[in-house]
Design a binder for this molecule. Structure first.
Ligand code: SAM
Length: 217
């Protein structure tokens, strides 16, 4: 619908380009994916606003800028196998699937995974595998991954995810306490060594699992 297209263009201009994210393929994906389909119908008009929104089950769809920033840090060229932890609404998954070869995504809350699957299927995005489970353990059967994105706040980098990163791969993850985190990018060298870079502060819902927080806040 035309009004959503206009809202999407405005979101990209005012929230993404204005804050310095300019990668052409990413900008094109943000202009194309209909974010309003990933929120509850009653909230469709707020879908392009500059913040996270509730999606049920006490979870959120991330702020558009956070989605763009974390995706940009993954440096996707189009050939990558990507693992996402925290499918949520599936919006970030759709962006990743547009920019990489294949996406494996894990969500711990079944109704969210089912709803995300429905919307992603309706958009004809066929290069996505979704499973319900504890993403802190990764998806060992499909490893290694060229890029791993965690979209929930972790107390520390889950060892399983660092292990499942391919040589040359990037892992982007918010790490900190339950109230505030910092975006980290971890790179795996060809020799298996890990280097860390620190990014902006953020506030994500907690990553709950064996290698995350133990219980829901
Ligand atoms: N990227 C999502 C989007 O665009 O809608 C937002 C994700 S939301 C901020 C974080 C998600 O991580 C929630 O849906 C939550 O249930 C999920 N989550 C938390 N811990 C998890 C775990 N161990 N494994 C898989 N998903 C987890």
């Amino acid at each position: 619908m035309r009004r959503f297209e206009i809202a999407r263009k405005r979101m990209v201009q005012e929230q993404i380009l204005a804050r310095g994210i300019t990668s052409p393929r990413l900008i094109e994906a943000l202009l194309t994916i209909p974010r309003h389909l990933f929120v509850q119908e009653a909230m469709a008009d707020q879908a392009y606003s500059d913040g996270p929104l509730p999606i049920g089950e006490k979870q959120t769809i991330s702020q558009p800028y956070m989605v763009a920033l974390m995706t940009d840090l993954l440096e996707l060229g189009g050939s990558e196998h990507v693992l996402e932890i925290g499918t949520g609404s599936g919006y970030q998954t759709a962006i990743l699937a547009t920019l990489a070869r294949r996406v494996w995504t894990i969500e711990r809350i079944r109704p969210l995974a089912l709803q995300a699957r429905k919307v992603l299927d309706s958009l004809g995005l066929i290069n996505i595998n979704i499973k319900v489970g504890d993403g802190t353990l990764g998806w060992p059967e499909e490893a290694p991954f060229d890029a791993i994105l965690v979209t929930a706040g972790a107390p520390a980098i889950p060892e399983a995810l660092a292990e499942q990163l391919a040589p040359g791969g990037r892992l982007v993850i918010p790490v900190g306490n339950e109230a505030d985190q910092t975006i980290l990018r971890i790179r795996k060298g060809q020799d298996g060594s890990l280097s860390h870079e620190t990014g902006v502060g953020c506030r994500f819902v907690p990553l709950i699992g064996q290698q995350g927080w133990q219980t829901a806040a």
